[in-house]
Design a protein around this ligand. Structure first.
Ligand SMILES: *[C@@H]1O[C@H](CO)[C@@H](O)[C@H](O)[C@H]1NC(C)=O
Ligand SMILES: *[C@@H]1O[C@H](CO)[C@@H](O)[C@H](O)[C@H]1NC(C)=O
Ligand SMILES: *[C@@H]1O[C@H](CO)[C@@H](O)[C@H](O)[C@H]1NC(C)=O
Ligand SMILES: *[C@@H]1O[C@H](CO)[C@@H](O)[C@H](O)[C@H]1NC(C)=O
Ligand SMILES: *[C@@H]1O[C@H](CO)[C@@H](O)[C@H](O)[C@H]1NC(C)=O
Ligand SMILES: *[C@@H]1O[C@H](CO)[C@@H](O)[C@H](O)[C@H]1NC(C)=O
Ligand SMILES: *[C@@H]1O[C@H](CO)[C@@H](O)[C@H](O)[C@H]1NC(C)=O
Ligand SMILES: *[C@@H]1O[C@H](CO)[C@@H](O)[C@H](O)[C@H]1NC(C)=O
Ligand SMILES: *[C@@H]1O[C@H](CO)[C@@H](O)[C@H](O)[C@H]1NC(C)=O
Ligand SMILES: *[C@@H]1O[C@H](CO)[C@@H](O)[C@H](O)[C@H]1NC(C)=O
Ligand SMILES: *[C@@H]1O[C@H](CO)[C@@H](O)[C@H](O)[C@H]1NC(C)=O
Length: 865
């Protein structure tokens, strides 16, 4: 018998006896239900005692009497019966356990796997407990999202068996200890998104010869020049993530590339600012995912990009419009997503799509804000897997291809701010989001408008004509419908099923008919804008049932009759405009029901159109809409505008309880009686216009308590007595000396009439008040519809990484900044044309803006202030 056969026999013998022992043990266990080692059970119980809040009861199965091997989160070795795995991560629960990590864990001598991720557990003073460094059998250690503080600890470098270490999203700070290089068995190292950590020398990485995955995102590496050289010595690397590391440059050349396994390279948000072509990574042909967002690389892409035949994801967005993409991409047959937004200096969409013909798996194509010209080719239809396309804000012209309807994977299409013309084609049934505002689309909507999955439809600011087809009612999931600034006419189709509709924006068309009865069934409506149309008839009492409404904009129509008292049932309402209609009768008395317009409510609910920062797409949509209306648009504005109607009677005294109201316009009506005495308690008031009424009596002196007021007009009433004084009021008068005009009985400083004589009026001033257009009602039109954003992209990103919360919000904020900047630039060419026309109204002369001339922004620019 040679030695090897002896070995085999021995082995068989050994395994056999082992089998006997274990099966005997299992036998025992099942007969007597023997629990785990008592010392380990005690250790676990004292770990449990350290937890002071386990609101979800994750550890509720941990009890004295039971076998600890069967407790939630515990795994025992089937051979030894000892605890080898402790996993009490509470990811995806939202309710972390809170407490301290008990040193009793040290008794778990055989523990190989410890996962405390996302719990609010800590050692003394929030630091990491030293004893963790003595758990020498650990192979997997996951402490991510545990809010430890203090310096990045060195204790882990004693855990020489570690293969997996995740310290991401902890609150460690300071220098990353080079002792981590002692962990020579590491395959997976994630030390990303700690708090303020840095490294000035990464040569210790070279010792991690088995490393496959490294994530050092948000660790400051601004002094590191040799990163490519260091990682090049670790040929096992498959994933390198260095987002937001302040890496100074990627301009290196590596003679001999060892990184033949590399699949993922992520360099997001490191400002390089040098030519793209000089980067070190272009020759790595194994790359599947390359992310260069926010690196500000410029110039032409190198030909090598065309040779990255494994490439599945390329993100080259937000790089400052200085790159040129002329590379032949015909070999990139694996490509699934390509993001080039805000990065190219110019381009031709026809060309780009032609170049991508091999990429039959393409799923996301995003090239917004790239100064692209050309037309959408019919061959687009061949991307049968295309799910997301964003070409917002380019100069793409021509028609939307008819073949669109056959792109059956398409869910999100963003084409806004281009020069597309012609009729909107039939939509693919899969479509969820279509943003095509600010184009030159014309003609009617297709009669067979069938998009049952549609959630967002924004086609505002085009030249679309005709009626809205009845078939739109089939889009039962729709949340946002924006048809404003078009040439629509006729009545709204009677849809009864749009129960999810939150935003309905129809302003600036020629819609007619009564207040649409179908709205009665839209029980989720938050934002309703019917302004600038030809709706008529009375406002129905059931308007008070739309209790979710926050913004109700009905101005510039022909509604008549009373304002139904039931409107004050809309307790969530923060903005109400009924301006420029033919409404008559009294202002409802119960105004104080507008709870959202009082500061008390603001304190409770954290304000207007507040959307919780949850991972909720809808909140994002909402934020878009908000941004779209501009930072000083409807949303900040807590206001009531009833101007340009025929309202009579007194201003209800209750109005003064709306102390969150920043804008109140009751001008151009027939209101009489006095200005409420305690008007000064409307502390948030910024703009108050009571002009052109029959108000009489004195101006209450409390008016001078309105410390935020920047716009006041009391002209053309029948006010008498002394003008109240106050620094704020005096300043206002200097800016707008006509604000008291046409009140023959007013006197005193700063007016020229001297009080005691009470003499008859010399009506000073001109009639400029008349020319003052109805700007305050139009404050948001001027802002145009902003461009809309790829929340889908954000959403996609969320799906990509397991936990994205923090970077996600940073990203979102960043994008909002972009949009704001965009808005500020007022990038749209003049598309809305208005001309001011005078027209006799029942109560007075009013201005009326109609039709087409000049840029809205110019005309109403003042109004937003
Ligand atoms: C032993 O455990 C099994 C299942 O875990 C259970 O059905 C049985 O009642 C237990 N026996 C005793 C004696 O507790
Ligand atoms: C720890 O738990 C989290 C959440 O269940 C999981 O995502 C993570 O992969 C686990 N860590 C390890 C090392 O398995
Ligand atoms: C325990 O945590 C839950 C969820 O995080 C929280 O709602 C609850 O108030 C906490 N209880 C105590 C006593 O802190
Ligand atoms: C651990 O790392 C430190 C610093 O890199 C080094 O001095 C020490 O020798 C290492 N210890 C072992 C056991 O490798
Ligand atoms: C990223 O690093 C910066 C400074 O280095 C720090 O202020 C910030 O908190 C870190 N971000 C996260 C999400 O940890
Ligand atoms: C990696 O490539 C360099 C040349 O850049 C070479 O000197 C080195 O030996 C290689 N390292 C490994 C581990 O293959
Ligand atoms: C847009 O592209 C054209 C050429 O197609 C170029 O002349 C122009 O400067 C570009 N505009 C910007 C803002 O880059
Ligand atoms: C865009 O490319 C297509 C196809 O190469 C070409 O026919 C068209 O003229 C180009 N358009 C512009 C505006 O350059
Ligand atoms: C869409 O596909 C159908 C069936 O394949 C075909 O008959 C139709 O012509 C296509 N429509 C367009 C506009 O390409
Ligand atoms: C309008 O309000 C009145 C008084 O609150 C109420 O009786 C009536 O039912 C309401 N009408 C509708 C249609 O809700
Ligand atoms: C103005 O008010 C006075 C009383 O304050 C009243 O006598 C007079 O008729 C009013 N004038 C107009 C035009 O309403």
């Amino acid at each position: 018998m040679d030695r090897s056969s002896a070995k085999v026999v021995l082995l068989i013998g050994a395994s056999f006896s082992f089998f006997l022992i274990t099966s005997a043990r299992q036998q025992l266990q099942s007969t007597f239900n023997i629990s785990c080692t008592p010392s380990e059970r005690d250790a676990l119980l004292s770990f449990k005692q350290g937890i002071i809040n386990d609101s979800l009861g994750l550890l509720s199965s941990w009890r004295l009497s039971q076998d600890c091997c069967s407790w939630t989160g515990i795994t025992c070795s089937s051979k030894t019966g000892r605890v080898v795995k402790l996993d009490v991560s509470s990811f995806l629960t939202d309710a972390p356990m809170v407490g301290q990590i008990s040193p009793s864990l040290l008794s778990l001598d055989y523990l190989e796997y410890l996962n405390l991720s996302t719990n609010f557990l800590a050692g003394p003073n929030g630091s990491v407990p030293e004893f963790l460094g003595s758990m020498s059998n650990l192979i997997h250690l996951d402490l991510s999202y545990v809010p430890f503080s203090g310096r990045v600890p060195t204790v882990f470098s004693n855990l020489s068996k570690l293969e997996y270490l995740d310290l991401s999203f902890t609150s460690f700070s300071g220098r990353v200890p080079p002792q981590l290089g002692n962990l020579t068995n590491l395959r997976y190292l994630d030390i990303s998104w700690m708090h303020n950590a840095y490294s000035t020398d990464v040569s210790w990485l070279r010792s991690l010869v088995l490393l496959e995955y490294i994530d050092m995102s948000n660790i400051t590496l601004s002094k590191i020049l040799d990163l490519p050289v260091v990682v090049n010595d670790i040929p096992t690397l498959k994933h390198i993530k260095l987002l937001n590391c302040s890496l100074p440059s990627a301009n290196q050349s590596i003679i001999h590339l060892n990184l033949t396994e590399l699949e993922e390279l992520d360099l997001w948000d490191n400002y390089f600012g040098h030519p793209i072509a000089s980067c070190w990574f272009w020759k790595i042909t194994s790359i599947k995912s390359l992310r260069l967002y926010g690196t500000y690389l410029s110039g032409p892409f190198p030909k090598a990009l065309g040779e990255m035949v494994s490439l599945q994801h390329l993100d080259f967005s937000y790089n400052g419009n200085a790159a040129i993409m002329t590379v032949d991409l015909k070999k990139l047959c694996e490509l699934e997503s390509i993001y080039l937004d805000k990065s190219l200096s110019s381009g031709n969409i026809t060309d780009l799509i032609e170049k991508l013909q091999c990429s039959s798996k393409l799923n996301c194509l995003s090239s917004s804000s790239n100064n692209m010209t050309g037309t959408l080719p019919n061959s687009m239809e061949l991307f049968t897997r295309l799910n997301y396309i964003d070409l917002t804000n380019n100069s793409i012209s021509g028609l939307i291809p008819q073949g669109f309807v056959n792109m059956t994977s398409l869910e999100v299409v963003q084409l806004s701010s281009n020069q597309l013309r012609g009729q909107l084609p039939l939509l693919p049934r899969s479509l969820k989001v279509l943003h095509a505002q600010m184009n030159f689309l014309s003609g009617n909507l297709p009669a067979k408008f069938r998009a049952p999955n549609l959630v967002n439809l924004i086609i505002s600011s085009n030249y679309i004509t005709g009626q809205v087809p009845q078939t739109i009612c089939e889009s039962e999931n729709i949340k946002l419908l924006d048809l404003s600034n078009n040439l629509f006419e006729g009545e709204l189709p009677h849809c009864s099923r749009l129960r999810n509709l939150h935003f309905l924006l129809l302003s600036n068309n020629s819609f007619s008919g009564k207040f649409p009865p179908c709205l009665q069934s839209f029980s989720s409506l938050v934002f309703l804008d019917l302004s600038w149309n030809k709706f008529y008839g009375s406002l129905p009492k059931w308007i008070g049932n739309l209790v979710t409404l926050r913004i109700l904009h009905l101005s510039h129509n022909m509604f008549n009759g009373d304002i139904p008292v039931n409107i004050t049932d809309l307790t969530e309402l923060q903005y109400l405009s009924l301006a420029d209609n033919n409404l008559s009768g009294l202002i409802p008395l119960s105004l104080s029901h507008f709870n959202e317009m009082t500061l008390k409510a603001a304190g409770d609910s954290n304000s207007a159109l507040a959307f919780d920062e949850s991972l909720d797409i809808f909140s994002l949509e909402m934020k878009h809409e908000i941004l779209k209306y501009g930072s000083h648009g409807v949303v900040d504005m807590i206001g009531i505008d009833l101007s340009l109607n025929c309202l009579t009677g007194e201003i209800p005294g209750e109005i003064v309880s709306l102390n969150r109201l920043s804008n109140l316009n009751l001008s151009w009506n027939g209101l009489s009686g006095k200005i409420p005495d305690n008007i000064g308690s409307m502390k948030s008031m910024e703009s108050l216009d009571l002009s052109r009424n029959n108000l009489s009596g004195i101006i209450p002196s409390s008016l001078s308590d309105l410390t935020y007021i920047s716009d006041l007009d009391l002209s053309y009433n029948n006010l008498t007595g002394t003008v109240p004084s106050g620094r704020q009021l005096d300043t206002l008068y200097v800016e707008n000396p006509t604000m008291y005009n046409g009140n023959t009985g007013l006197c005193g400083h700063p007016l020229q009439n001297i009080c005691p004589n009470n003499n008859s009026a010399h009506e000073q001033g001109d009639h400029r008040g008349q020319e003052k257009d109805s700007s305050s009602m139009l404050f948001y039109y001027g802002l145009g519809s902003g461009f809309v954003v790829g929340y889908w992209l954000v959403f996609c990103a969320l799906l990509f990484k397991k936990l994205w919360r923090i970077p996600y919000f940073r990203l979102v904020d960043k994008m909002y900044d972009e949009w704001n900047r965009k808005e500020a630039k007022g990038c749209r060419k003049g598309r809305f044309k208005y001309e001011v026309m005078w027209e006799t109204h029942c109560c007075s002369v009013k201005s009326h803006a109609l039709g087409d001339s000049g840029e809205a922004k110019e005309l109403f620019g003042e109004a937003g202030k």
